[in-house]
Design a protein around this ligand. Structure first.
Ligand SMILES: Cc1c2[nH]c(c1CCC(=O)O)Cc1[nH]c(c(CCC(=O)O)c1C)Cc1[nH]c(c(CCC(=O)O)c1C)Cc1[nH]c(c(C)c1CCC(=O)O)C2
Length: 358
């Protein structure tokens, strides 16, 4: 397995095997902070034009790897491809958030939703995965991803972005059975989507539960964690996905790491509000951890970035199972040079931490 990979640090760390230094990739590593990304997006005409064209998607996936010594590639796409394929009509106005032409709020709306065809509406995603794998030629592994059912439901019910996604939260109290029907069709869609990405060549999988942290403890377990656990269970017996490490990332859910580790996933993403040492104790060696530099630190001076990167590495310590990442996505105003400084510091200090000469 993965015999042809030239750099398997990321997969080794996810399996909690020894590595020469700490692997790093960055959430939203292909994005607007890169001038070459902005140029390709211009050529594509729109965000969806970019994501739905496998050549463009491949091109922007590889852009950050040409600049930085990153240890993984992540498929260029978006979590909202599933609701778009369900017929909600997704668009992104330049400089603004996602917008759906239709919302999902009534029993009739939910009844209309079906699992999208992975060889039909979502074929462009699988074509992009196949093309990227070919172009990567084993340099680093490719991460496939999906949104969590809860986070997808947030956008589908609201019809776009929101500070608090209060429309769906109110539905959870007023019409829990309806919300569960929505989350159920989404969970089946996410499992099928990730299985298809695995079949197309993804080498690790990640579920982004960006809005799980909006929920209190009991609703988090009922409306977010339950469905992620169902997906993990399904993928762990799936022909294509069962060999692949699966990473769960719920932003703002530091209090739930132990419960999340019990789902049977390989790793958890951790945001910057939780100390990695505490997170490591909470998961008791059951999973690897990915994180957790505050992305805002990339706007600070180079010496601050280096120091804070070392603080994160020291916080995890010289133990197996750490993948360095930001605690959330990189923002458009970050100077690409600062990403280079971060990547190099993580690799250099990761070696020092393991007792090897820098
Ligand atoms: C919530 C969410 C979305 N999309 C995603 C999440 C979960 C992770 C997170 O919390 O950030 C996931 C995502 N979106 C994108 C990727 C590509 C891979 C990568 O990380 O490099 C990934 C993994 C590209 C993108 N997705 C989007 C962009 C910017 C679009 C542009 O070019 O204008 C990119 C590079 C658009 C998008 N997509 C979404 C929003 C809210 C927005 C608008 C806000 C923003 O611009 O950051 C939904």
């Amino acid at each position: 397995m993965n015999a042809a990979l030239k750099n398997d640090r990321f997969l080794r760390a996810l399996r909690r095997e020894p590595v020469d230094t700490t692997p790093i990739w960055v959430m939203r590593q292909a994005g607007r902070y890169l001038p070459e990304y902005r140029a390709t997006r211009e050529r594509a005409g729109s965000f969806m034009g970019l994501a739905q064209n496998p050549e463009f998607a491949c091109e922007v996936t590889l852009q950050p790897l040409a600049r930085f010594d990153l240890d993984a590639a992540i498929l260029f796409s978006d979590i909202l491809t599933i609701p778009d394929a369900m017929g909600l009509g997704l668009s992104f106005a330049q400089g603004e958030g996602p917008q759906f032409a239709r919302t999902v709020r009534t029993a009739a709306d939910v009844a209309q939703l079906t699992v999208p065809d992975m060889d039909g509406e979502l074929r462009y995603v699988m074509d992009a995965v196949r093309l990227i794998r070919r172009e990567l030629d084993g340099r680093v592994p490719l991460i496939g991803f999906s949104g969590s059912p809860w986070t997808l439901a947030c956008y589908m019910v609201e019809g776009g972005g929101s500070r608090d996604f209060a429309t769906l939260k109110a539905m959870c109290w007023d019409e829990p059975a309806l919300v569960h029907r929505l989350l159920d069709v989404l969970a089946r869609s996410v499992a099928a989507y990730l299985s298809a990405q695995a079949a197309a060549g993804a080498q690790a999988l990640m579920i982004f539960d960006t809005w799980g942290g909006l929920l209190g403890p009991a609703p988090f377990r009922e409306f977010s964690l339950h469905y992620m656990a169902q997906i993990v269970g399904e993928l762990n017996t799936d022909t294509h996905a069962r060999e692949l490490p699966l990473i769960l990332f719920s932003k703002g859910a530091g209090a739930h790491l132990a419960a999340m580790a019990d789902t049977g996933c390989a790793a958890l993403g951790v945001d910057w509000t939780t100390d990695l040492a505490a997170a490591r104790r909470a998961v008791a060696g059951k999973v690897a951890l990915q994180g957790n530099l505050d992305p805002a630190i990339l706007r600070a001076a180079p010496e601050v970035i280096r120091r804070e990167a070392r603080t994160v590495l020291d916080s995890y310590g010289n133990h197996p199972g750490h993948v360095f990442n930001l605690g959330h996505g990189i923002t458009p105003e970050v100077d690409p040079e600062h990403v280079r400084i971060l990547v190099d510091e993580v690799h250099t200090y990761g070696r020092v931490l393991r007792g090897a000469p820098a």
